[in-house]
Design a protein around this ligand. Sequence first.
Ligand code: 9MG
Length: 279
Amino acid sequence: MTILDCANKSIDLGHPRIMGILNVTPDSFSDGGDFISPDVALKRVHAMILEGADILDIGGESTRPGARAVSEQEELDRVIPAIQAIAAEFPIPVSVDTSKATVMREAVAAGAGLINDVMALRDVGALAAARELNVPVCLMHMQGLPRTMQHDPQYRDVVAEVGDFLQSRVDACLAEGIPREKLLLDPGFGFGKSLQHNLALLRHLDRFSKLQLPLLVGISRKSMIGAVLDDAPVGQRLHGGLACAVMAVERGAVIIRTHDVKPTADAVRMAHAVMSIEV
Ligand code: 9MG
């Protein structure tokens, strides 16, 4: 049984879990602009918990393709009040979606129990901050940076290269003194990947099991769904996203990051029930 110890809250990864997304940014690609005040954030989080969220991921800097970087202070101003309010009010772990060491530190002081870093702790001081904070960290793969990452991404073998990158970041964490039990991995759907790359990663997600760490996957509402479904706009990507979530769970993902908590929780529970039957 894998228990993820997220500061004073914990989560059992013995069955798939749902990470609900709460962006407190004005420019996030599917829910931007809605969740700025702590009051609004608390209401939305309460609803997500009733719908089946096991973890909440709060981000103050959009990582959508082309997004502009925000200053440290701007990010702190957006996420810290929300983290404080949510961590104090609800029993589930709060994850902070950030790459900045200072934001990691302030977020954990405010009650966050997990770091979700799309840069996999490559930013200045991030490895040291994660070691000192001693909370779990999700290491995500990204080729390039959000502003330019979708400009013709190239791989020889996307599955092998993403796997090698994740292994190299695990090695960097271990060398820094971050315990293996604190690590989660994520192939980073949509982060410096073409449609073909994303589809190949999902099809072969089970290959990451050789890294022997819990896998987190985020595909909800992403452009790979729109691209397959005749340019479906963001609001019409739910069914495609559920198919991807089920395929990810069947191939070993244990945390699904999503905007659409209730339908995803139902789909994932159904998939898990089928996978668990012993005949
Ligand atoms: C912040 N963020 C946006 N997409 C993501 C994904 O696919 N995985 C993780 N870990 N974080 C993400």
